[in-house]
Write a protein that binds this ligand. Structure first.
Ligand SMILES: *[C@@H]1O[C@H](CO)[C@@H](O)[C@H](O)[C@H]1NC(C)=O
Ligand SMILES: *[C@@H]1O[C@H](CO)[C@@H](O)[C@H](O)[C@H]1NC(C)=O
Ligand SMILES: *[C@@H]1O[C@H](CO)[C@@H](O)[C@H](O)[C@H]1NC(C)=O
Ligand SMILES: *[C@@H]1O[C@H](CO)[C@@H](O)[C@H](O)[C@H]1NC(C)=O
Ligand SMILES: *[C@@H]1O[C@H](CO)[C@@H](O)[C@H](O)[C@H]1NC(C)=O
Ligand SMILES: *[C@@H]1O[C@H](CO)[C@@H](O)[C@H](O)[C@H]1NC(C)=O
Ligand SMILES: *[C@@H]1O[C@H](CO)[C@@H](O)[C@H](O)[C@H]1NC(C)=O
Ligand SMILES: *[C@@H]1O[C@H](CO)[C@@H](O)[C@H](O)[C@H]1NC(C)=O
Ligand SMILES: *[C@@H]1O[C@H](CO)[C@@H](O)[C@H](O)[C@H]1NC(C)=O
Ligand SMILES: *[C@@H]1O[C@H](CO)[C@@H](O)[C@H](O)[C@H]1NC(C)=O
Ligand SMILES: *[C@@H]1O[C@H](CO)[C@@H](O)[C@H](O)[C@H]1NC(C)=O
Ligand SMILES: *[C@@H]1O[C@H](CO)[C@@H](O)[C@H](O)[C@H]1NC(C)=O
Length: 687
């Protein structure tokens, strides 16, 4: 009876106590995690710019079982459940936190995976913290601001399979000890400042060449990497590496991604890459020193999907013929010395999403088969292509980016243009003529439109106020008619320089409604026949009133596009400056020079505090220079020459600290020339 009783107690004990006591995570790990949480919280209290989310972390409470916490995963070991996975991705939204917050987390020696990516962490990686992590498999510290070099302790994590330190500020060279990570499958170090060259003494100095191991210990990254037999992803894009791709790379039979774009590589594409039959991505773009012939066998790699070779000194093999076994999705052969017509082996590349053949010497017409391939991005700028565009090109629902600038295309822009979903349409510096189809304003998502330097004529179609159009350049054509007032509040740049005869250019006045263009940053209407006076609503251009931080982008998601918007240019400091996408906020300007504007300068122009250039020269503007101009605190260039201005030159206060070009000649101004610390050039005004 007693025995039965005891047995019952024992069973009760097992049922009620074990799950609660024994299957809980260790106290010291609970403490470590709470310490991490406290450090984070302390950080927001100390630095008011730091913003964190407590989502998930709110479940981290003292006296509770951490195996039940969010962001934490434990194993099922008996008697304690140890923490194995921590997903601490993106807890911090802004500001900065010190890399020392990692220390308590790294004390959890049972850790198998740690994701601490996107947390605004600053400072060096606390290498000594990693010494006890003997089961570590995956470390993701990407998208922070870690600096210094990769600590040697990381190379002793023999179990590591995945190391992602991309998008940090890590410098130094990569130690040859990387070869110790025998289990590494993914090595992702892109977007850092890692340098690495094969030390020049290799193979030269006698003392070193006698040592057969010298290559392995000389910090020569590629040779060490070719010992990482399990490697599948090798991504060192956008660093400052300067080695030759070693032959040994061909030994990494499981390699599927080799990304070395945006470095300083030299040498050629080694033959051994032929043996990488699992290769899906080969990115070698923008390495100035990479040279030699592009081997045609690359297209025989059946699994290859992404091949980016542009921006090197690589040359197309003119004698070789291509029998593409691969079904590419991305192909860049920018500046690879291609000539003749657009290669027709591309015909069966039916999976293509991205094609960049710009900066070559391609001739002939835009083939209909290419138009029918349904490619998303087609970049053929800077070639010698001619003829008209196949109408079916614009009937593809896939087309997002079409860049054909600086070719010799001619004929009309097909009527079908309104049927696309294209977002970026760059047709400048060709020989297109006729009128622009009205349907162009129906393109739903059109954001960048550059039709400059063609022979287009007629009126320009009206865009909806809701249109997404951000950049419009129709300059140097033969358009006529009014300045269309309504482009939509998203428009950042309006450039309408029109060449040609008087009767064929833009006339009328600058519409009052111009201030509806809330985002406008660049208003370039130089060399037209605009009359009337300057509307005072110009002072209401919101985009020129406030200076936004240079980091903020008008179109955040545009960053995902790989093409540079180098086609757009404005008149800046007497030279043409390209409006690269990222530079948009560097230029805030109004250029209305060479028109027939008259009347007085509106006082409201002084509201445009972020304006950097104001050129009103070669008009017939009269009256005084408004006192409000002293509020143009960002102005660098002010050209009011060749007008009918009179009265005193206003004496400025210190606010015009950026002014460095002031042109007032050919007016009827009197008085002293204002002083500005930056003023280095000053045309002698005719006083
Ligand atoms: C790393 O960043 C921290 C904090 O920003 C700074 O104090 C330290 O000097 C930097 N170290 C290196 C090696 O640049
Ligand atoms: C590593 O483990 C040893 C022995 O348990 C301990 O003394 C040391 O503090 C640990 N180091 C770290 C960084 O956790
Ligand atoms: C390259 O990296 C730098 C920072 O290291 C970054 O600013 C830049 O945008 C990157 N370039 C590309 C094309 O990713
Ligand atoms: C390549 O991957 C396969 C399948 O994952 C694996 O069996 C093989 O061991 C790997 N090869 C090497 C050299 O690691
Ligand atoms: C490719 O691999 C084979 C056998 O695995 C080897 O004999 C050959 O030398 C390799 N080719 C190159 C160019 O490395
Ligand atoms: C291409 O072929 C021509 C003649 O057949 C030859 O002279 C030339 O050297 C070859 N070029 C290359 C790069 O093989
Ligand atoms: C493309 O055509 C070539 C013949 O020109 C053929 O050998 C190859 O298999 C085709 N590739 C694909 C992906 O269909
Ligand atoms: C452009 O093409 C036209 C034919 O459409 C031709 O007459 C002209 O010579 C070409 N111009 C250049 C620079 O190739
Ligand atoms: C533009 O096309 C016309 C024929 O339509 C041709 O006469 C002219 O030479 C071309 N202009 C250029 C610059 O190629
Ligand atoms: C400028 O904007 C203000 C406030 O929105 C408005 O009251 C004023 O009428 C506008 N001025 C012009 C000239 O459009
Ligand atoms: C202002 O515009 C005129 C005419 O377009 C140009 O000649 C002049 O150089 C410009 N002024 C400055 C300072 O850029
Ligand atoms: C400029 O405007 C004045 C009146 O302000 C007028 O008398 C003069 O004729 C105009 N000059 C030109 C060239 O239009």
């Amino acid at each position: 009876m007693l025995k039965r009783c005891l047995l019952t107690y024992f069973i009760l004990f097992l049922v009620f106590f074990i799950p609660q006591i024994s299957f809980s995570c260790p106290q010291d790990q609970i403490q470590s995690l709470l310490e991490f949480k406290n450090l984070l919280t302390l950080n927001i209290n100390n630095h008011y710019t730091t913003v964190i989310t407590l989502e998930g972390l709110e479940t981290w409470k003292p006296n509770s079982d951490c195996s039940k916490w969010q962001l934490v995963r434990c194993n099922t070991r008996f008697p304690t459940r140890e923490v194995i996975d921590l997903n601490l991705h993106s807890l911090v939204f802004s500001g900065s936190v010190s890399s020392s917050i990692l220390r308590p987390v790294l004390r959890i020696s049972s850790l198998v995976t740690l994701d601490i990516s996107s947390n605004f962490i600053q400072g060096e990686i606390p290498g000594d913290g990693f010494v006890n992590l003997t089961r570590f498999i995956s470390l993701d510290m990407s998208d922070n601001s870690f600096n210094g070099s990769i600590p040697p302790e990381l190379f002793s994590l023999k179990t590591l399979q995945r190391l992602d330190l991309s998008r940090n500020d890590i410098g130094g060279t990569l130690s040859g000890d990387i070869k110790e990570l025998k289990n590494l499958q993914e090595l992702i170090l892109s977007e850092n400042f890692i340098e690495g060259d094969i030390p020049p003494e290799i193979g030269k100095s006698k003392t070193q060449s006698q040592n057969s191991n010298c290559n392995m210990f000389s910090g020569s990254i590629p040779l060490s990497v070719s010992q990482l037999m399990k490697l599948e992803t090798f991504d060192l894009q956008n660093n400052s590496l300067s080695f030759e791709i070693p032959d040994g790379i061909g030994k990494l039979v499981n390699l599927s991604t080799l990304s070395l774009s945006l470095n300083k590589l030299s040498g050629g594409i080694p033959l051994s890459i032929q043996n990488l039959t699992n290769l899906e991505t080969l990115e070698l773009e923008n390495n100035n020193g990479l040279s030699g012939e592009i081997p045609t066998w690359l297209f025989g790699l059946q699994k290859l999907r992404i091949l980016q070779l542009g921006g090197n000194k690589l040359q197309w093999n003119k004698n070789g013929s291509v029998y593409a076994q691969s079904k590419l999705t991305h192909l860049s052969l920018r500046s690879c010395g291609l000539d003749g017509t657009i290669p027709d082996w591309l015909k069966n590349q039916t999976a293509l999403l991205f094609l960049d053949l710009s900066l070559n010497k391609l001739e002939g017409s835009f083939p209909k088969w290419l138009a029918d391939l349904n490619i998303g991005t087609i970049i053929l700028s800077d070639n010698k292509l001619s003829g008209s565009l196949p109408p079916s090109l614009f009937q593809s629902i896939s087309l997002l980016v079409l860049a054909l600038s600086r070719n010799n295309f001619s004929g009309q822009i097909p009527d079908t243009v309104g049927e696309t979903w294209v977002m970026i349409l760059m047709l400048s510096e060709n020989n297109f003529s006729g009128s622009v189809p009205k349907s162009i304003s129906k393109i739903h998502r059109l954001m960048f439109l550059d039709l400059s330097k063609n022979r287009l004529s007629g009126g320009f179609p009206r865009f909806d106020p809701e249109s997404l159009l951000a950049l419009l350049d129709i300059s140097s054509n033969e358009f006529s008619g009014d300045v269309p007032a309504f482009f939509g509040s998203n428009t950042i740049m309006l450039s309408m320089k029109v060449l040609g005869l008087t009767i064929n250019s833009l006339e009328g006045t600058i519409p009052e409604g111009i201030s509806n263009l809330k985002s406008l940053k660049v208003l370039d209407l130089t060399e037209n026949n605009l009359g009337g006076s300057l509307p005072s609503s110009l002072g209401n251009l919101t985009g020129m009133k406030e200076s936004l931080p240079s980091s903020s982008s008008p179109l955040p998601f545009m960053y995902s596009f790989t093409i540079e918007i180098h086609d757009l240019a404005v008149n800046w400091k007497n030279s043409k400056q390209g409006l690269a996408n990222r530079n948009l906020y560097l230029y805030t300007l109004i250029d209305l020079s060479k028109n027939k504007l008259f009347g007085e300068t509106p006082y409201s122009l002084g509201n445009l505090k972020s304006l950097k250039l104001l050129n009103l020269s070669y008009n017939n503007i009269s009256g005084l220079i408004p006192q409000s101009f002293r509020n143009l605190e960002k102005i660098e260039i002010l050209d009011l020459s060749h007008n009918n201005l009179s009265g005193n030159i206003p004496q400025t206060q210190s606010k015009l600290s950026e002014l460095n070009v002031l042109e007032l000649s050919n007016n009827k101004l009197t008085g002293r020339i204002p002083e500005s610390p930056q003023l280095d050039r000053l045309n002698d005004p005719n006083i």
